[in-house]
Design a protein around this ligand. Structure first.
Ligand SMILES: [Ca+2]
Ligand SMILES: [Ca+2]
Length: 151
């Protein structure tokens, strides 16, 4: 009877650990917690997954990444009320010439959206330019910085 109880407790602990692992993978990347989109800005790109390495602040509107930063970003956070579209190529005038795109949409969110870019389809280490727009405010009107919650 006692050994059965131990097995039961063991499986409960194991089960909850497995769930916690799944949860952290499907929710915001853990090390993005506490990271902020600065006042007046739309999003922040990071060198590595989970908001690690260099960071590049993305303004509202169209912008291009510097030679050092393009084809290198692997995660990002987007201000709530904004939508980020990253493109494979850069071209100020033609959206078509920007090639493949990845969208991270926080348009209807109350909190910043954090995402790891995974694989070719999500333009992992491929983003060269970005179009970032916000719902209710221009760059000048962006409120204070927006922070990913720690829990
Ligand atoms: Ca990188
Ligand atoms: Ca590219």
């Amino acid at each position: 009877m006692k050994s059965l109880l131990l097995i039961l407790i063991g499986s409960v602990i194991f089960g909850s650990t497995a769930n916690a692992g799944m949860f952290s993978r499907s929710s915001a990347p853990s090390s993005c917690r506490g990271k902020s989109v600065p006042r007046g800005k739309c999003a922040v790109l990071y060198d590595d997954a989970d908001c690690a390495g260099w960071q590049h602040v993305v303004p509202v509107g169209y912008s291009e990444l510097s030679v050092m930063r393009r084809n290198d970003a692997e995660s990002l956070i987007v201000r709530p009320g904004c939508k980020f579209v990253g493109y494979d190529h850069d071209n100020k005038k033609s959206v078509v010439k920007r090639g493949d795109s990845v969208t991270v949409n926080a348009w209807n969110d109350d909190l910043p959206k954090a995402k790891n870019l995974t694989g070719k389809k999500e333009l992992e280490e491929r983003i060269s330019s970005a179009q970032c727009n916000c719902r209710t405010f221009s760059a000048e009107q962006c409120p204070s910085s927006a922070t990913v919650p720690r829990s």
